[in-house]
Ligand binder design. Structure first.
Ligand code: URA
Ligand code: SF4
Length: 190
């Protein structure tokens, strides 16, 4: 399946109950050929309204961190979520919703073959790195799985609630920049 076919399949998905309350499916945005994939939890209100990931307040903060290390969500990365439709009242996605939605992420992963995956927050990190990971303790650490480098960082929404964590999150992005120089071919060329 090609990326655009996958996108259109996802945009009309009714595989879990979140299809009944969503406004838009948030498939993801960025460069499908990116070597760096950012993965959050699930769309919030602004994302549901626009169909785009991380465009509310936490998205604005994320963009500042990206910019600081010369990453641009339109050009050299791709951003998506574990779950593509907004859970009502922004509750945590439930296991049956993760399970229903995971094949889309798996397919995105297969088509993109990223070199680096950055998990934004606990839900993505627990699902993609280790169920018992503590993002507070282990953010910024690298773990390689099947040749792909994984790191968890603090969720930008958590940084809005606890601004004292911002310097720690910034260090994660500096570590990311170093890892990109080490393992990526074209992220910083275009
Ligand atoms: N939080 C997330 O985890 N994902 C989004 O797309 C927006 C906010
Ligand atoms: Fe389909 Fe995922 Fe949306 Fe559920 S959350 S309806 S599985 S796209």
């Amino acid at each position: 399946m090609e990326f655009e076919q996958l996108r259109s399949a996802c945009l009309s998905c009714e595989k879990c109950g979140l299809c009944r309350t969503r406004t838009n499916v948030v498939f993801g945005m960025g460069n499908p050929k990116a070597e760096v994939l950012f993965i959050g939890e699930a769309p919030g209100q602004t994302e549901d309204e626009t169909g785009l990931p991380f465009v509310g307040r936490s998205g604005k903060l994320l963009d500042q961190y990206l910019k600081a290390v010369h990453l641009d969500r339109e050009k050299n990365i791709f951003i998506t979520n574990i779950v593509k439709c907004r859970p009502p009242e922004n509750r945590d996605p439930q296991p049956d919703e993760w399970d229903a939605c995971m094949p889309y992420l798996r397919e995105q992963f297969k088509l993109m073959r990223p070199k680096i995956v950055v998990c934004l927050g606990r839900i993505a990190a627990q699902r993609l790195i280790r169920p018992d990971i503590s993002v507070m303790k282990e953010h910024g650490h690298w773990e390689v799985k099947n040749g792909v480098w994984f790191m968890a960082t603090l969720h930008p929404a958590a940084l809005l609630r606890s601004p004292g964590q911002k310097p720690a999150a910034f260090e994660d992005f500096v570590a990311l920049r170093e890892k990109i120089h080490e393992v990526c071919d074209h992220t910083y060329d275009n």
